[in-house]
Ligand binder design. Structure first.
Ligand SMILES: O=C(O)CCC(=O)N[C@@H](CCC(=O)O)C(=O)O
Ligand code: ZN
Length: 350
């Protein structure tokens, strides 16, 4: 498709997600201005940059569809973006909207070949000679995000990346956040307050580096980066969008200078967890010993066998240890479940 054709289509029907899904592998660079002065640049399929006439002090990446079957965040972001494109929502901040994996969104699957959210911080290129659409995409997404942050106006600015997901299974706490490892730096009070305004007051504090998008944002871009789990993954058309209203309105306020419904950080308002251990799938024999309807953050009695792999059984080791993200279908060598435990952040937030 030629840039002129793309612009014509977008101006006729301001639905960038639709355009991206109709062209899942490529869209040419194109730019135009809205009547309200907002500059719009299409950088690629699923990648669109919006710059208000007067830039605020935040640079915000809103990402969804890194896993193709997690449709609610895609719908939520598409609605925000379409409101920007039609002039219904006037931005005050620079925003980069990313729909992570358009081919996987079209196919309604988590990934086509590789889990995109295990390929950041250079993991896309760690195996010489191995390529896939997701590896290429991870490399490009890294470059777009860096370009976005680096091209910001001079001055003291706040970088943010919210990577929106939904989880495979239900959760004792419907909405929760993965806060990437900060290498000993304090966790951000202001960000806890914002996450709570999104309806997510359960936060998993990571203790090690990861190959996820949010860790890349935190570590390589020095942004406040988060994976936000907004609920359970369902196909398009089956999401009850009222369950995402709080997150949608907090994000809308964030990018348009609206009033955020935050309350001062108080640890007692949060369920805080840290990772005790990561259980990886080492062979094709890996299996879980509990049912698919067992929710994230469920605890079991000490000694309960939770999973097994060739020659090994994984049991609950301590009181209060809970499961998150159990998934026996991951590739060999990848994390198949996290074991987490409640923790306090006292003295480590500022
Ligand atoms: O429900 C599941 O098992 C997976 C949901 C999901 O995609 N979670 C993210 C978390 C990323 C992180 O650890 O920051 C993922 O597994 O990629
Ligand atoms: Zn996901």
């Amino acid at each position: 498709m030629k840039p002129e054709e793309l612009l014509q289509q977008l101006q006729q029907t301001p639905d960038f997600l639709k355009l991206s899904l109709a062209n899942p592998d490529f869209l040419p660079f194109a730019s135009y201005s809205l009547p309200n002065g907002t500059e719009i640049e299409i950088w690629d399929t699923g990648v669109i940059y919006c710059q208000p006439q007067q830039c605020g002090e935040q640079d915000i990446v809103l990402s969804s569809g890194v896993h193709g079957n997690e449709t609610a965040p895609v719908e939520l972001c598409s609605e925000l973006l379409n409101d920007v494109l039609t002039g219904t929502l006037l931005l005050t901040e620079r925003v980069l909207f990313l729909f992570g994996n358009p081919p996987a969104i079209n196919a309604g699957v988590r990934e086509i070949q590789d889990n995109l959210n295990r390929l950041f911080s250079g993991y896309h290129s760690k195996e010489p000679g191995v390529t896939s659409a997701e590896r290429e995409r991870a490399k490009k997404l890294e470059a777009y995000v860096l370009q976005f942050f680096q091209a910001a106006p001079e001055g003291l600015r706040e970088r943010k990346l919210y990577d929106l997901h939904t989880a495979i299974r239900g959760s004792r706490f419907e909405k929760f956040v993965v806060y990437p490892f900060l290498h000993g730096a304090d966790w951000s009070k202001q960000q806890f307050e914002f996450l709570k305004a999104c309806g997510a007051n359960t936060v998993l504090l990571m203790q090690t580096p990861a190959s996820t998008f949010s860790y890349f944002a935190a570590q390589s871009c020095k942004a406040h980066g988060f994976t936000i789990e907004l609920g359970k993954a369902r196909p398009f058309g089956q999401n009850d969008m009222s369950r995402f209203a709080e997150a949608a309105s907090a994000l809308r306020a964030l990018i348009s200078g609206g009033e955020l419904q935050t309350t001062e950080f108080n640890e007692a308002d949060f369920n805080l967890y840290e990772v005790r251990r990561s259980i990886n799938k080492n062979t094709e024999s890996f299996k879980l010993h509990f049912a698919d309807n067992i929710e994230n953050f469920t605890t079991f009695e000490v000694g309960t066998v939770l999973a097994s792999d060739e020659g090994v059984e994984y049991k609950v080791e301590v009181e209060g240890e809970a499961i998150i993200f159990p998934n026996p279908k991951v590739a060999i060598g990848q994390r198949a479940m996290l074991m987490v435990k409640p923790v306090s952040v006292a003295g480590k937030v500022s």
